[in-house]
Design a protein around this ligand. Structure first.
Ligand code: ATP
Length: 269
């Protein structure tokens, strides 16, 4: 195993979300986006935030990232209060966030340069993660020469190269077509299993949640509260590597039905 892989695994930490609430002020009107949300993310676990549109998934993730302050309650990383953004919590967003004037390799190295890592370590780390996301052959390409899925792989490699203690992803595949989205989900499944990272991910795609999550926190809406917490068995099952494998599993149909039923109750589907 390479040094980079050891670092992600050993550095993985858990998050504690305690009675978190968020009230936004919208033109003088108070909007209670989320209320009394509590859950734990264990180290090396993938936690998916799922629920209907507008239920507060992104708001909860942004508070975990330190990009929003909770109005009540707290978010902690290994028991230490989250007070703002930090490289311990790497973030991947929906849009293609590469720098168009930098080559793929330089895009992946960008965070390392900002954080002042040494050149030698930079190169090994960048190559390692380019390989992980299958982009070694495109290291010297520019983002505009890549497909949408490949650009999102650059964003993933960049977040990983910073060896975060937790990887936070907000609808990372939301802008991709269905086929590329599935390829990316299977690639991410492979990467998170090998690297054994802690991941929190927002999605409204039920199959994505079931394939990738060790834990699914389902939020109800207006305001967002934890409706239920599920523990799908698929990510931990090394026999399951594709969507077809998951669909053939005896527990899949029942779990999907349960979640779609909750989506319907919440008026999301
Ligand atoms: N900066 C803001 N100012 C005012 N209201 C906000 C702000 N950010 C979010 N909200 C409101 O908070 C609620 C939750 O929004 P949020 O984006 O977290 O939901 P979501 O579940 O991620 O939605 P989607 O799945 O559609 O992306 C919504 O009612 C939204 O309008």
């Amino acid at each position: 195993m390479s040094a980079a892989a050891v670092k992600l695994d050993a550095g993985a930490q858990g998050l504690q979300v305690r009675q978190v609430g968020k009230v936004f002020s919208d033109n003088g009107r108070e909007v209670v986006a989320v209320e009394g949300v509590s859950f734990d993310v264990e180290p090396r676990q993938v936690c998916v935030l799922l629920g209907p549109s507008g239920c507060g998934k992104s708001t909860v993730l942004r508070m975990m990232a330190g990009l929003e302050r909770p109005s009540s309650g707290s978010v902690s990383l290994n028991g230490e209060l989250v007070r703002g953004p930090h490289r311990d919590r790497g973030m991947v967003f929906q849009g293609y966030t590469s720098f168009p004037w930098l080559k793929v390799r330089q895009n992946v190295a960008y965070g390392l340069r900002v954080n002042g890592d040494m050149l030698a370590m930079q190169e090994g780390t960048v190559d390692y993660f380019l390989d992980r996301v299958g982009l070694s052959a495109f290291a010297d390409a520019y983002p505009h020469q890549l497909s949408g899925g490949m650009r999102q792989r650059v964003a993933l490699a960049r977040a990983l190269a910073n060896t975060p203690k937790v990887l936070l992803m907000d609808e990372p595949f939301g802008a991709l077509d269905a086929e590329t989205r599935w390829q990316m989900q299977e690639l991410l499944l492979d990467v998170i299993r090998k690297e054994r990272m802690t991941v929190v991910m927002v999605t409204h795609d039920v199959e994505e949640a079931l394939l990738l999550g060790d834990q699914i926190v389902f939020l109800s809406r207006h305001p967002g509260r934890v409706k239920t917490i599920l523990h799908p068995p698929f990510k931990a099952d090394s026999e399951i590597n594709t969507r077809e494998d998951m669909r053939a599993h005896p527990e899949y149909a029942g779990m999907e039905k349960q979640i779609l039923g909750m989506m319907r109750e919440e008026g999301g589907h």
